[in-house]
Design a protein around this ligand. Structure first.
Ligand SMILES: Cc1cc2nc3c(=O)[nH]c(=O)nc-3n(C[C@H](O)[C@H](O)[C@H](O)COP(=O)(O)OP(=O)(O)OC[C@H]3O[C@@H](n4cnc5c(N)ncnc54)[C@H](O)[C@@H]3O)c2cc1C
Length: 396
C-alpha cells in the first residue's frame, strides 16, 4: 500500500508534522522506535520562542502542556552581559508588549501532550518501530523497518525524516565541532527568579540560566576536561565554582543571583553545529535535528525545527495528493526554508564567533554591541523579535 507520507521519528518535530496534517484527507503514518509513553533520551529543558507557542496553540496542544505541573515557565526578561568587560542589555516582555519573551518547557511534558493529541487525532502512529533503511525511486520511497522483532517494508510518496539526526540522516552532513561540551543541571536559587533568564558571555564560553519551575536550568559551556572535573566535584564545591565563573552579583545587577542552594542532575553533552547541505532528495525531506543541530547559545535550534515541520505541513496541504513528494514541490519547500535555516545557523554561529571567544580585542566591540542593544529601542526590538520568532520571519 502506498502511503502519502511516512514520518520517521515522532519526537517533538515529527509529531508536530503529523498533527498539522491530521485533519487533511491524507494517509499519514508516523514511526517511532521509542515505546509508547516514553521519551528517547531522558528529559531536558527546551527553550521555546513565542512563535513556537503560536504553532502549538494552532495545533491545540499548548493548553495541555501548560496544564502539566511545572512543565512551562515563562521567560519574562533576558539579562545579557559579559564577564570581564563593560556592556549589559536587558530584554523585557513588558517593553515589547508580550505576555512572555519565550518559555522553558520540559521535553517530557511536551512529548506527552503531543502523543496524547496524536492519539486523539486518529493519526496512525507505530511505537517500538525502528526504520532501518530508506530507499527511493522517482515514483515512491521505500522504508525498511522492524517492529517487535519483525521486519517489514512500506512505501510512500514522501518520507519525512525527523529522527533527531541518527543513522538514517544524510551522509553529506556538515559539521563543526566547537571543542566544548554543555554541562547542564538544575539549580535551586536562594531567592525567587521572577522569570528572569541570564545569558553571560565569559572567556571560557557562554553560560545560561533558564527559569524552570522554581529552579534554574543551568547551561555551562566549557572544555570536556573541565566539565569532567566539574562533574566530579561535591555539590558545595560545584556551587562555589559556579559563583566564581558567573562573576559578582554587582556585575549582574540582579537580586535573583544572590546565591544558589542546591544543584541536581548534572550531566554533559557535546556541542556541535551539524547541518545537511541538502534537506531534500528523491522522495525524502529532512527536518528538525535531522536537518540541523545548533549550539544552544541562542535557543534557535528547536524553534527552527518546529518551523521546518509547520512549513512542510503548509506545503503538503497546498499540494495535490499525486504531486506529494514530486521534485518540484520538494525543491520549492527547500527554497522556502533556506533563508530561515541560513539565518538561524549564521546567527548562532556568528554569536559564538563574537561572544564565545576569549580574544581580549573583542571585549570592547562586545561591550559596545550590548550597550547599543540596550539603549537603541529599534535595535532592541529587532533583536527581541529575532529571538521570539526566528531571524527570518517568514510565516510567524
Ligand atoms: C543530549 C541533548 C540535550 C539537549 N538539550 C537541549 C536543551 O537543553 N535545550 C534545547 O532547547 N534543546 C536541547 N537539545 C536539542 C533538542 O533536544 C532538539 O532540538 C529537539 O529534540 C529536536 O527534536 P526532533 O524531534 O528533531 O528530534 P528528537 O527530539 O531527537 O526526536 C527524534 C525521535 O525520533 C525517534 N527515532 C530516532 N531514530 C529512529 C528510527 N531509526 N526509527 C524510528 N524512530 C526513530 C526517537 O525515538 C525520537 O522520538 C538537546 C539535544 C540533545 C541531543
Amino acid at each position: 500500500m502506498l502511503h502519502d507520507v511516512v514520518i520517521i521519528g515522532a519526537g517533538p518535530v515529527g509529531a508536530t508534522l503529523a498533527l498539522a496534517l491530521a485533519d487533511a484527507d491524507l494517509d499519514v503514518v508516523a514511526l517511532d522506535s521509542r515505546a509508547e509513553g516514553t521519551v528517547g533520551r531522558g528529559d531536558r529543558s527546551l527553550a521555546l520562542s513565542h512563535g513556537a507557542r503560536l504553532i502549538f496553540e494552532r495545533l491545540g496542544v499548548w493548553s495541555a502542556v501548560a496544564a502539566a505541573p511545572a512543565a512551562v515557565t515563562p521567560i519574562m526578561a533576558i539579562d545579557i552581559s559579559q564577564r570581564g568587560g563593560f556592556g549589559h542589555a536587558r530584554l523585557d516582555a513588558g517593553e515589547q508588549g508580550l505576555p512572555a519573551l519565550g518559555y522553558v518547557v520540559s521535553y517530557r511534558a511536551l512529548q506527552a501532550a503531543l502523543d496524547a493529541a496524536l492519539a486523539r487525532s486518529g493519526c496512525e502512529i507505530r511505537y517500538d518501530c525502528a526504520a532501518t533503511r530508506i530507499g527511493a525511486t522517482p515514483a515512491y520511497a521505500t522504508i525498511e523497518a522492524t517492529q517487535g522483532g519483525a521486519a517489514f517494508e512500506s512505501t510512500a510518496r514522501l518520507v519525512a525524516l525527523a529522527d533527531g539526526g541518527g543513522e538514517l540522516a544524510d551522509k553529506a552532513r556538515r559539521s563543526h565541532d566547537y571543542g566544548q561540551v554543555a554541562l547542564v543541571g538544575k539549580l535551586t536559587p536562594r531567592e525567587p527568579h521572577h522569570g528572569v533568564a541570564f545569558e553571560r558571555f565569559t572567556p571560557e564560553g557562554p553560560m545560561a540560566l533558564l527559569p524552570l519551575g522554581n529552579r534554574y536550568g543551568l547551561v555551562w559551556t566549557t572544555t570536556p576536561a573541565r566539565a569532567n572535573a566539574l562533574l566530579a566535584l561535591s555539590d558545595a564545591e560545584f556551587l562555589a565554582q559556579l559563583a566564581d565563573r558567573f562573576g559578582s552579583k554587582a556585575a549582574l545587577r540582579h537580586d535573583a543571583l544572590s546565591g544558589f542552594e542546591h544543584i541536581a542532575e548534572r550531566q554533559t553533552f557535546p556541542l556541535r553545529l551539524e547541518y545537511a547541505s541538502r534537506i531534500v532528495d528523491e522522495r525524502r525531506v529532512l527536518l528538525g535535528n535531522a536537518a540541523q543541530a545548533l549550539h544552544p547559545v541562542a535557543g534557535q535550534g528547536f524553534n527552527l525545527g518546529l518551523r521546518d515541520a509547520y512549513e512542510l505541513a503548509q506545503e503538503l496541504l497546498a499540494t495535490p495528493r499525486e504531486a506529494i513528494g514530486a521534485r518540484d514541490h520538494l525543491a520549492a519547500y527547500a527554497r522556502r526554508r533556506r533563508p530561515d535555516r541560513i539565518a538561524g545557523i549564521a546567527f548562532t554561529h556568528g554569536l559564538l564567533g563574537v561572544f564565545g571567544t576569549d580574544a581580549p580585542l573583542l571585549s570592547w566591540p562586545r561591550g559596545l554591541a550590548l550597550t547599543l542593544l540596550d539603549s537603541l529601542p529599534a535595535v532592541k526590538h529587532a533583536f527581541t523579535r529575532a529571538m521570539l520568532f526566528g531571524i527570518h520571519q517568514g510565516t510567524l
